[in-house]
Design a protein around this ligand. Structure first.
Ligand SMILES: Cc1ncc(COP(=O)(O)O)c(C=O)c1O
Length: 394
């Protein structure tokens, strides 16, 4: 595990908090308004002239949303953050803020499917070219760089194989060529990794996952240096994918227990991964704590824990694997990850359903894969449940 000092857990509970909330409440107020009133014309003019800071209109800002933004900025150890209505709203608005026609983007090929679609299909319509490079392959990244390359995008760890790219190498290479770096750190959380410590410019979280933590809210957040976040904020304010105040409140509340949840998810996932490795029905396990994982060395150097997602290959035909999944008593079958409830899915039957087995193989998705997102249930119960379900398929 990285010997980087564990961050203080206090900002998860108090980061960005004012000395006193409205009405002396202990908890954050939900400021449920679409617009803000000016007391008189003099105040309006003072605001317009930049002599008074305050809110103006719901698309441009909201105090509850601002609280979440400040808290995530504190947790990531960066200047500022801006919140969105979903992780994908954060991803798309950030990319649109950073590139224009004639420029070039490099994307690691194991990024989230919708991010790949946006860069691969959508951006091309607006004259932005891209190159997809293999997971964690720094030589391929270097070879793909062109004079017009402006942005490199990766995730860490990635889905579903939990590959961790060498962030210091990426940022070093890009800094010398004046290319901006964007890391989707959804799977890591600020508890396990702070990409800015490794020179990364912008960090994205689907707050729908660990930050909210309860599978009950959709939101996204982008954090980084003030100047860059301000560019992204400007695009958000124009495109309008703002975070709703009530959603912001739920994320703000979820963040208070982030450290406790992720700590337990790290430990439980590592335990399940080692229980599964060597099981006669399991062909292979992907979890970065295992020395067999291709990113073990990099992940161990950069991360303080490896998160709650484990991917494994069951040694059986796909229909038999579905019987194993159906025999699990605790996790529910669902997309998403990072919440308090354990969730399970077969990627071949969920995100990659429309592809044939051969097409899935071509994008590296095996029919034998199971992705398990560990919640905060008792680790003994989760392990016993998995072993019992494996027994069902003999
Ligand atoms: C790594 C990653 N980034 C972004 C997203 C998109 O987030 P959202 O579903 O909140 O739009 C997801 C969703 O699964 C994800 O896994």
């Amino acid at each position: 595990m990285s010997d980087a000092k564990r961050p203080s857990l206090t900002p998860a509970v108090h980061g960005g908090e004012p000395s006193q909330y409205a009405h002396d409440a202990l908890t954050a107020p939900i400021v449920q308004t679409a617009t803000y009133t000016f007391e008189n014309t003099a105040e309006l003019v003072a605001y317009m002239e930049g002599r008074k800071e305050r809110e103006e209109y719901g698309r441009y800002g909201n105090p509850t949303v601002r609280l979440v933004e400040d808290r995530v900025a504190a947790l990531e150890g960066v200047d500022d953050a801006v919140a969105f209505s979903s992780g994908m709203a954060a991803v798309t608005s950030t990319i649109l803020a950073l590139v224009k026609a004639g420029e070039h983007v490099i994307l690691f090929s194991d990024c989230y499917r919708q991010t790949r679609r946006f860069v691969g299909h959508f951006l091309g319509q607006f004259g932005v070219e891209h190159t997809m490079v293999p997971p964690a392959d720094i030589d391929a990244l270097e070879a793909a760089i062109r004079p017009e390359t402006k942005l490199v995008i990766s995730e860490a760890p990635t889905n579903p194989y939990l590959t961790v790219v060498d962030l210091p190498q990426v940022s070093e290479l890009c800094r010398t060529k004046r290319i901006r770096t964007l890391i989707d750190s959804t799977f890591a959380t600020p508890m396990n990794l702070n990409p800015a410590d490794h020179g990364i410019d912008l960090i994205i979280h689907s707050a729908t996952k660990y930050l909210g933590g309860h599978n009950d809210v959709m939101a996204g957040i982008v954090a980084g240096k003030a100047g860059l976040v301000s560019l992204v904020r400007d695009v958000r304010n124009m495109m309008g994918a703002v975070c709703d105040p009530h959603a912001a409140y739920l994320v703000h509340r979820g963040l208070k227990t982030l450290a406790l949840r992720v700590d337990q998810q790290n430990r439980t996932a590592a335990r399940i991964a080692s229980e599964l490795e060597g099981h006669p029905r399991i062909r292979r396990v992907w979890y970065p704590s295992l020395t067999s994982h291709p990113s073990h060395a990099v992940a161990t150097r950069l991360m303080r824990g490896f998160g709650g997602v484990i991917t494994f290959e069951v040694d059986a035909p796909m229909e038999t694997i579905s019987k194993f999944v159906d025999a699990l008593q605790i996790p529910r079958i669902a997309p998403s990850l990072g919440g308090v409830e354990s969730l399970v899915e077969q990627p071949a039957l969920m995100s990659y359903f429309e592809l044939s087995t051969e097409q899935r193989e071509a994008v590296g998705i095996k029919d034998s894969l199971v992705r398990y997102s560990v919640g905060i249930e008792d680790a003994d119960d989760l392990v016993a449940d998995i072993l019992a379900a494996l027994d069902v398929i003999g």
